[in-house]
Design a protein around this ligand. Structure first.
Ligand SMILES: Cc1ncc(COP(=O)(O)O)c(C=O)c1O
Ligand SMILES: N[C@@H](CCCC[NH3+])C(=O)O
Length: 432
């Protein structure tokens, strides 16, 4: 939701102290704008909650939510870690000057090249996902006469209450070593027997856009159950327990998100109880928030163009972007809210569909949105699009991807250029 202090005297939406209508005119639309202070504030909220607890912790930003040189630089300034899930994300983070030893490398099918890149660049930790990967890494380390930190990603058998595509912790998942069947302890023994791998801890991620603390409480209990079992059977005690990300945010007034502090308080409380009950030393707790760091800080600005009124039924207000820059409504039935950035003070007079420009009936960005009277040329701002919007963008219909701008303290800076038509054909080669 938009608070009134985000509207200036001209009735325009302000982002990071900058008039969004000016941004739309300066950089054109569609445009993704981040309020950088809001990103910093979210990181600090997570940090402060941990600081109060006295636990050792680490926040590792899940950069799949939004990966670009600029965001890695901001997060490095905020002194957190980051996780990457591909050679491309790793390359971008390194290019941004992000310290390699603060990078965790995830993925259920990392290639040989990606693992070599991780080893050559001395990333902080490789999070092992399956036996094939253990084999690949064993060979790479042997060939390169190298060593690396690793963690084991476990599938704890916990289903988060969220969209099916956003669940990752259930037994039937493509990620991680299954705990119940003994796969996880087999992986543990294999890694412990390899002198080139330093197993710093265990990891699990139960899903994304989670609203309740119960899943995390169950996860902490499960991780301590595993730790106790492994201490007894294999004399192994994890120094780090990584609980993944998934902290939900509010996209609309039906979403009841709880703040980072509530999640962290409950996690910390359960960790302390469990460590005491199981007589285990307090581990370092790592989390991997993605959406909650960048989601609320992002705005998608579009220019309103054509309109279709279906007599006695409904109206479509069409914008100059759509599923190519935000696939989430089409893919997950995600529900966003929008405002007209140049008419913030005007009365809402109608309820319309906000449609994109892509050649798909499913390219509807918002199913029902109350708007003031609009005309072509007005600037529509969809709120909270900072996570998994630009990062999942495509060139469908050969539409160039939008530019990305950071706004902070009344200043704006272009951090990702708009793709040009030339960019679109840059990789094409003649056949004839
Ligand atoms: C391993 C892992 N960590 C962290 C995240 C980030 O999740 P979110 O953006 O919901 O915080 C994901 C994505 O779901 C993930 O797969
Ligand atoms: N892309 C998903 C979340 C990422 C899941 C990553 N494991 C979304 O937009 O909700």
């Amino acid at each position: 939701m938009i608070s009134s202090e985000l509207t200036n005297k001209n009735g325009h939406l302000m982002i990071g102290g900058v008039d969004s209508v000016d941004l739309a005119s300066k950089y054109q639309t569609p445009l993704v704008v981040y309020d950088v202070e809001e990103i910093r504030n979210q990181v600090r909220l997570f940090k402060n909650s941990f600081e109060k607890s006295g636990l050792n912790y680490q926040i590792s930003y899940a950069s799949k939510a939004f990966a670009a040189v600029g965001i890695y630089q901001v997060l490095n300034q905020e002194d957190v870690h980051t996780d990457v899930v591909s050679g491309g994300e790793l390359f971008t983070a390194l290019k941004a000057g992000f310290p390699a030893d603060k990078i965790s490398f995830h993925g259920n099918n990392k290639s040989q090249e990606e693992l070599e890149m991780a080893v050559d660049n001395h990333v902080g930790v490789i999070i092992l996902d399956n036996f094939y990967e253990i084999g690949l890494l064993e060979e790479i380390l042997e060939t390169k006469d190298a060593k690396t930190n690793v963690m084991l990603r476990l599938t704890p058998g916990i289903s988060a209450h969220t969209h099916k595509y956003d669940q990752t912790g259930q037994v039937d998942s493509k990620f991680g070593f299954d705990v119940g069947s003994g796969q996880a302890s087999e992986a543990l023994q294999r890694v412990l027997s390899n002198k080139r791998m330093n197993l710093i801890g265990i990891h699990a991620h139960i899903g994304s856009q989670i609203f309740g603390v119960e899943g995390f409480v169950m996860l902490v209990k499960k991780m301590f159950e595993i730790a106790e079992d492994w201490k007894n059977k294999f004399s192994y005690v994890p120094q780090v327990i990584n609980l993944g990300g998934g902290f939900g945010i509010s996209y609309n007034d039906q979403d009841e998100a709880i703040g980072p502090d509530v999640f962290i308080q409950k996690i910390v409380e359960t960790v302390k109880q469990q460590a005491k009950a199981k007589d285990l030393a307090l581990p370092e707790i790592w989390i991997e928030p993605g959406r909650s760091i960048v989601g609320p800080a992002g705005y998608s600005l579009y220019t309103i163009g054509s309109r279709k009124d279906v007599p006695d039924l409904t109206s479509y207000v069409n914008v100059d972007g759509g599923m190519g820059d935000n696939i989430r409504p089409a893919l997950y039935q995600a529900k966003y809210e929008a405002v007209v950035a140049n008419k913030m003070d005007e009365k809402l007079t109608e309820d319309v569909h906000i449609a994109g420009k892509y050649c798909e009936s499913g390219d509807i960005l918002i199913d029902h949105q109350k708007l003031p009277d609009t005309k072509a040329g007005d600037i529509l701002a969809i709120l909270d699009t900072g996570a998994y919007g630009y990062s999942m963008a495509s060139n469908y219909n050969r539409n160039p991807r939008p530019a990305v701008v950071f706004a902070e303290d009344g200043h704006d800076k272009l951090v990702v250029e708009r793709e040009s038509y030339e960019d679109l054909v840059k990789l094409d080669r003649n056949y004839i």
